[in-house]
Design a protein around this ligand. Structure first.
Ligand SMILES: [Fe+2]
Length: 168
């Protein structure tokens, strides 16, 4: 079995490209590393696609967060999810870096929550980017080991059982 090696990029849509560019380059220091511009097109399955610019902002580790600025009219979709659940967590390598990034964001006028201590394993601050992307900036204090995997399996099993029995 091949397990993919790493996340290459994650893509969102932006409705304010200039604010998005400022946030990712100025508040978080990501580099505009690539872009793809495409004219209106029809997909192989017959759906129409509006013209767009696809921009890639590169993190220090080489992964990218990407955005589509889509021109023209389209039918917007709502994902219907809990507001906090879907988020993107970005790593920093120390508590000092976490504090520094939180300050960078605040200096950019961004409301930052935290730091939150998650079991001493992750220390995280949270904010939203100009597109409503829920961001977590986190310092993971140690790698996940075998005891973590064993506990995860136990939590998974008991959670499913509790859900099935309507205990939660
Ligand atoms: Fe998270």
């Amino acid at each position: 079995m091949v397990t993919p090696a790493a996340m290459n990029h994650i893509a969102y849509q932006t409705t304010d490209l200039a604010a998005t560019h400022a946030f990712w380059t100025k508040a978080l220091g990501a580099r505009l590393a690539g872009a793809v511009r495409q004219d209106a097109a029809i997909t192989s399955s017959g759906e129409s696609m509006n013209p767009f610019l696809h921009v890639f902002y590169e993190l220090a580790g080489g992964e990218c967060i990407a955005f589509f600025d889509v021109a023209g009219e389209y039918q917007a979709k709502d994902d219907g999810l809990e507001w906090w659940a879907k988020h993107l967590a970005l790593s920093v390598s120390s508590q000092e870096e976490l504090a520094a990034v939180a300050q960078q964001l605040r200096d950019h006028g961004v409301e930052v929550r935290g730091p939150v201590d998650h079991d001493g394993l992750w220390y995280s601050v949270y904010c939203f980017d100009p597109n409503g992307v829920h961001l977590e900036i986190t310092h993971q204090t140690r790698p996940l080991g075998e005891p973590d995997a064993i506990e995860a399996r136990s939590l998974y099993d008991t959670w499913l059982a509790d859900r099935a029995a309507e205990r939660v």
